[in-house]
Design a protein around this ligand. Sequence first.
Ligand code: NAP
Length: 355
Amino acid sequence: MIRVGVNGYGTIGKRVADAVAAQPDMELVGVTKTRPNYEAEGAIRRGYDLYAAVADSAREFEAAGVGIEGTLPDLLDAIDVVVDCSPAGVGARNRSTYEAHDTPAVFQGGEDADVADASFNARASFDVARDAESVRVVSCNTTGLARLFAPLDEMYGIEKAHVTLIRRGGDPGETDRGPINDVVPDPATIPSHHGPDVNAVLPGVDVDTAALKVPVTAMHTHSVTITLREPPTETAVHDLFEGERRLFSIPERAGIDGAGKLKEYAMDVGRPRGDLWENCLWAESIHVSGRDLSLFQNVHQEADVVPENVDAIRAVATDVPAAESIARTDEALDVGLRSLLADDERLRKPITADD
Ligand SMILES: NC(=O)c1ccc[n+]([C@@H]2O[C@H](COP(=O)([O-])OP(=O)(O)OC[C@H]3O[C@@H](n4cnc5c(N)ncnc54)[C@H](OP(=O)(O)O)[C@@H]3O)[C@@H](O)[C@H]2O)c1
């Protein structure tokens, strides 16, 4: 069993903790909080052991009647891998603590690339973690692009990719980011930082990105145009995506016409927290013209990096091969959403009352 601790139990940390707890080869030893708020209560209700992220706050937990098992150093002494899910920039400050405890670390995409020995995406760069003491799981947007580009690059070769990212303004819980009502180029400079971040896990892909922020909380939307080296057919592209469990094609007849309904669908099919771990590709947007492939995809920023974190833990702590780790993660979480209403009748399953 790989013993795992999660330092920082917020939007990403609570999801990573649940995903780790679901793995047959991992044990979630504990999670940290800086204060005894509603998320601390959530961790306790799930039966997770709590540790104080900051030693000074131990008394605050005591005053609130919230039992803790110790502080961050105690957690680090009890685990094989720490997943740092603290706010962007705090991870870099935590690095020396992890090194002092000789604890391999998985960082998040809000940190600069140099926080870790390597940048990680399971589909694009799993093996970089083999000799690494620490990895950084790239951001939600970069994860979404890497998953899309990797199979296309392998099958056709990517000559050039252009992406416009329409970024959500904040997560649903980030009340301090609103209320807002605007569309903001962010960053205003082109290309944005997302292209170089994709190159941290897919160095061979030539990609330019531009990004805007809009006042929504549900998901990011990517408008993608890729010039491939070999011309594909639309059918072949659909088939290629179908073979990737972390890509979900939204069929036209499902009537899902926006991120709101997509999240509603996720809740209807029983996804925890309404999470969509997969890239969500609008099937009807897939368009081929010569060597140019265009499409829209949506990325659930709170969720797509979660299976990647699980694979990153295995990649730094074990010799489990990439394909086996990815399959194990997907099986344990039930990643691989497929609609019963697939446009392609070859992929459609009959719907019965029992379903
Ligand atoms: N949210 C996204 O869309 C998203 C997507 C991909 C990657 N990421 C990246 O994931 C990382 C975490 O982001 P997030 O969205 O999960 O942030 P978040 O919701 O703010 O959660 C981070 C949590 O860390 C806790 N914390 C604060 N100071 C800490 C410290 N010194 N040590 C340990 N924990 C501390 C805070 O909880 P308490 O103070 O209450 O304990 C906070 O809730 C960032 O690098 C971010 O860029 C975020």
